[in-house]
Write a protein that binds this ligand. Structure first.
Ligand code: ZN
Length: 267
């Protein structure tokens, strides 16, 4: 049933039933970046039907009702951040984040990994690119926007590198699987991009200077602050997913972590 057919009360009732789980202690920490952005991910079947049916997933989904969840794994070493759902209707990376969360619970980490699986759960719930009339990847430089709040957390936590995961529809821009990166002012952005590109056979989409095409993208704003960042794209129509697309997104995430030797993956 399309989401628009549900009233809020029905969504709440269904979600509470789905998410009613035991209070098992989990091996990761959750805090909220915003309390305005909460939404019922379980009301979006294209996401809900493709994420692992585990206590950990349900815990994350329950927290997403309250706002943008930030999940932390590991302690010490370098700290990196994985972001997905900056565009709520780009579903494969958000599914990949939940799979990654379930996998990272069970492996030792050589560093600290922060994951924002749903940047704006409310936008994901409604399969919308927009949150509060904002394209969150154009307003990260504007004080008070949700993506600017994410930038503040990145600085507060002393994150050394950020990867922002998206999907792109065929015949849109870029309309192909690829890794965006820039040479200046953070050349490591290019090296990270090149590494993920080589390992996943995603095209490298390298630009000269961060923020030269437009302002307010998370990747560019990080690179401008000398926090090397990349944007990883997989190909998939908006508001839907394929297994191939979320598996590829997951692969891009794992190679981002393996660039920093936080996990060992592949070869
Ligand atoms: Zn996007």
């Amino acid at each position: 049933m399309p989401i628009s057919y549900f009233n809020t009360k029905t969504v709440k009732k269904i979600s509470e039933k789905i998410l009613n789980t035991s209070k098992k202690k989990l091996d990761f920490n959750i805090r909220h970046i915003s309390k305005e952005s909460g939404g019922y991910i379980s009301a979006n079947p294209a996401v809900f039907d493709n994420i692992p049916n585990t206590i950990s997933s349900k815990k994350v989904l329950r927290e997403a009702i309250k706002g943008t969840p930030l999940i932390k794994f590991g302690d010490g070493g370098v700290s990196v951040m994985i972001i997905s759902g900056i565009h709520g209707n780009e579903l494969p990376p958000q599914i990949a984040s939940l799979i990654l969360i379930n996998e990272l619970e069970n492996i030792p980490l050589n560093g600290t990994v922060y994951i924002i699986p749903f940047s704006a759960p409310k936008a994901t719930m409604y399969n919308s690119r927009w949150f509060d009339s904002d394209d969150l990847n154009r307003v990260a430089n504007i004080d008070g926007s949700l993506s600017n709040s994410i930038m503040k957390i990145i600085k507060e936590l002393k994150i050394i590198s950020v990867a922002d995961f998206h999907s792109t529809a065929p015949n849109s821009n870029p309309g192909k699987e690829g890794i965006f990166c820039t040479m200046k002012p953070s050349p490591e952005s290019y090296h990270i991009g090149k590494y993920i590109s080589n390992k996943t056979h995603s095209e490298i989409l390298s630009y000269d200077h961060a923020g030269s095409a437009y302002q307010g993208a998370i990747e560019d704003e990080c690179n401008i602050l000398n926090i090397p960042a990349v944007t990883c794209e997989v190909l998939c129509p908006n508001g839907s997913t394929t297994e191939e697309a979320y598996k590829k997104s997951l692969k891009q995430m794992k190679y981002f972590l393996s660039y920093f030797d936080i996990i060992s993956f592949g070869g």
